[in-house]
Structure formats: structure tokens, C-alpha cells
Design a protein around this ligand. Structure first.
Ligand code: PLP
Length: 372
């Protein structure tokens, strides 16, 4: 099956096969990794290796911690403002899609509880309510940051709308000077290089390019961890995983084991440089196919903001879209239906999606457009 799902997404087959082979007898111990103590040397080796691989692949500087947190990226929507917005201060949200809206909405509640505030300082949304649409990230000049803000939050890739920041040039991430930049990179992680030192905090739910859902990878500057509030429950303080190698309580050991397998696979593929080249080519070909059949397929996203990870497009009618998804499924291509809130088609091209699957999909798109 060629799995184009947006998340949970396809995992690299070798990482799954390794898990299959070790499932009931991990490290010749006669039991599964899930059954090992998280304080035992067999599991700890996997745990430390996963963190070391993340540091190596991403080039994380010593100034930043790499943490595993539970609860999904949605938990971080609340946990970040709880930690980082002091009484009387405000956090800024740059919203370019539905996930940014959700992050802001949780920040509003969390900061109100703790005497701070959150505001949307820039939004690219057009329209209201259910009709609201997002087709681009902001231009640099549109993001004006108050130097007193606690941080600026962006969603580097909006998984539903297919809207993504470019590293350089294109539409770069905002550069808020001394104000820490925070990015939800859930669907934008581990496929390209970026400079972690530019960010106060980066977080990513694992279920796209990293591993199974539930685990979140957090890269955070030691300075922000130290500055974090102490008047919130210990389990939500970022210093808790930071001071305990992410082993304060029982971590999702199997999830982290799978992450280790995926990272080892990624390193074997040539790391982020090789992955970026492969992913950019897949996306380029898909957008070229959409543009080539412009009377049939239409990308709603502005060219400079088109996502490499989630390629969204529309067909002339919803009936055409339903037929497209059904026909593709018959050929073993699944996960192509757009998010229920926006409709259309969404092709997710994460690391595990083979270039040959994309070529096959493009051939099908041509055939479908001609036959419709
Ligand atoms: N942020 C982005 C950009 C996402 O795509 C998602 C979900 O897929 C989330 C946050 C929420 O992640 P989770 O389901 O792990 O809470």
C-alpha cells in the first residue's frame, strides 16, 4: 500500500521490520523492549541513542536541550504558555492555519489562568468562521513583534492547509530579535536542515516523520527552561524532563524505541541533506503535475508558501474529488482525502513516502484528468 496519510503517516519499512524482528526478543533478552524497565540498561541505551541521533542529525547546539514529552503536540499548545508567560506578560501568535488557531486558543486559556495574556499579532486568514481560509504564510514585513513579548509562536507547516515557511529565501521564519521564536514543527520536522539555535523552542508531534503518535520531541534553549515558571504542576514544567533526561516518570518506551529505529534509518539514508533533496523533488513533481493540468487541478496555496510536506489541491467538483480518492484507492494509493474541515485532496510526502509512489500518483493524476 502506498500510504499518503497526513498523520499518523507512513513509517519507513526498514524501521518497522527491525521492530518486527525484535518484538518478542529485544537485545537477546527473551522479552520485548516494552517489558523492560525504563531504568534498566537495555532500555536506557535505546533512549540515549534516540536523543544522540536527534542531536547529531539536526545539529543541536549545547545551548539547547532535546526532550521527549508525552501528550501529543496539542499538550504543548497549553504547556508552552504555562511555562513561559510570566504574570503581566503577553505571548504573540502568528497564525497561518488551523493548527496555529488551536495553539493560540489554548494559550489564551492557559495564560488567563496564570495572569498573563496571548494575542494574535498576525494572521493570514481570510473570511470568518467555517469559511475562513489560509493560502499563505506572512511576508516578513507583516510580522511586527513587540520587544516586551514573552515569545512569538509560529506553525512552520500548516498540515491541513498545506502552507509552509521556507528557510531561505522565499518566505522565511520571522526574526523577532531578542524575543524567543517558538515553532510548532509537527509536520515539518526531520526532512530538511534548519538552524535550531535560531529558535527558543521547537516542538513536533512524532506521528509524521519521527515515529508513533503520543511522543513529542522538544528542542528548547537551556535559558528558557531555567526561566520557566515554577508555580505550575511539576509534570508540566519543562525543567522536569530537562533535569531527568526525559525519564522523570515512565516514558512511552515503545514509541521512543520506534523513534530510535526511524532515526537510525534516516542516518543510513544520508541524513537531512539527502532527505531534503529527495523530498523537494517529490513535491516539485507534484506541483508541476498540478500546474500542467491547470484546467482540472488547482492549488489554492500561493506559490511561495506551497508546502513540501502536504500538497493540497482541488478538482472541479467534490464528486470528482470523491471519485479521485476511490479510484486511487483501487490502485493501492491511500490517505489522499483532504482534511474534513477543508475538503479537497491532500498528498503528504513525508520521508517514508517513496519517490516511486509519487511518480505513480502523478501518472494516475494525468490519466484521471484526461478521462474525467
Ligand atoms: N500541530 C500540527 C502542525 C499538526 O499537524 C498536528 C496534528 O497532526 C498537531 C499540532 C496536533 O498533534 P497531536 O495530535 O499530536 O496533538
Amino acid at each position: 500500500v502506498k500510504n499518503f496519510n497526513a498523520g499518523p503517516a507512513a513509517l519507513p519499512l526498514p524501521a518497522l521490520e527491525r521492530a518486527r524482528d525484535e518484538l518478542v526478543d529485544f537485545a537477546s533478552s527473551g522479552m520485548s523492549v516494552m517489558e523492560h524497565s525504563h531504568r534498566g540498561k537495555e532500555y536506557e541505551k535505546v533512549h540515549d541513542e534516540a536523543i544522540a541521533l536527534l542531536r547529531e542529525l539536526l545539529g543541536v547546539p549545547d545551548s539547547h536541550e532535546v526532550l521527549f514529552v508525552q501528550g501529543g503536540a496539542s499538550q504543548l499548545f497549553a504547556q508552552i504558555p504555562m511555562n513561559l508567560v510570566e504574570k503581566g506578560r503577553t505571548a504573540e501568535y502568528v497564525v497561518s492555519g488551523a493548527w496555529g488557531e488551536k495553539a493560540f486558543s489554548e494559550a489564551k486559556v492557559a495564560t488567563a489562568m496564570l495572569g498573563g495574556a496571548a494575542r494574535v499579532s498576525c494572521s493570514t486568514g481570510v473570511g470568518e468562521g467555517k469559511e475562513k481560509s489560509y493560502t499563505r504564510v506572512p511576508r516578513p514585513a507583516e510580522v511586527k513583534v513587540d520587544p516586551e513579548s514573552a515569545y512569538v509562536h509560529v506553525t512552520s507547516n500548516e498540515t491541513i492547509h498545506g502552507v509552509q515557511y521556507e528557510v531561505d529565501p522565499g518566505r522565511p521564519f520571522p526574526a523577532p530579535g531578542a524575543v524567543p521564536l517558538i515553532a510548532d514543527m509537527s509536520s515539518d520536522f526531520l526532512w530538511r536542515r534548519f538552524d535550531p539555535a535560531r529558535f527558543g523552542l521547537v516542538y513536533a508531534g512524532a506521528q509524521k516523520n519521527i515515529g508513533p503518535s503520543g511522543v513529542v520531541v522538544v528542542i528548547v534553549s537551556k535559558e528558557l527552561v531555567a526561566r520557566g515558571r515554577k508555580d505550575i504542576p511539576k509534570i508540566f514544567q519543562l525543567r522536569t524532563p530537562a533535569e531527568n533526561r526525559s525519564l522523570y516518570n515512565t516514558p512511552p518506551t515503545f514509541g521512543i524505541y520506534m523513534i530510535r529505529n526511524v532515526l537510525a534509518w534516516l542516518k543510513g539514508q544520508g541524513g537531512l541533506g539527502a532527505m531534503e533533496q529527495r523530498n523537494r523533488l517529490k513535491a516539485q513533481k507534484l506541483y508541476a503535475a498540478i500546474d500542467q493540468h491547470a484546467s482540472f487541478y488547482r492549488s489554492p496555496v500561493e506559490r511561495e508558501s506551497r508546502s513540501v510536506m502536504n500538497v493540497v489541491f482541488r478538482l472541479p467538483s467534490e464528486q470528482d474529488e470523491e471519485r479521485f480518492v476511490a479510484e486511487a484507492k483501487k490502485r493501492g494509493m491511500v490517505g489522499l482525502k483532504g482534511h474534513r474541515s477543508v475538503g479537497g485532496i491532500r498528498v503528504s510526502t513525508y520521508n517514508a513516502v517513496e519517490p516511486a509512489w509519487v511518480d505513480e500518483l502523478i501518472a494516475f493524476m494525468g490519466e484521471f484528468a484526461r478521462g474525467a
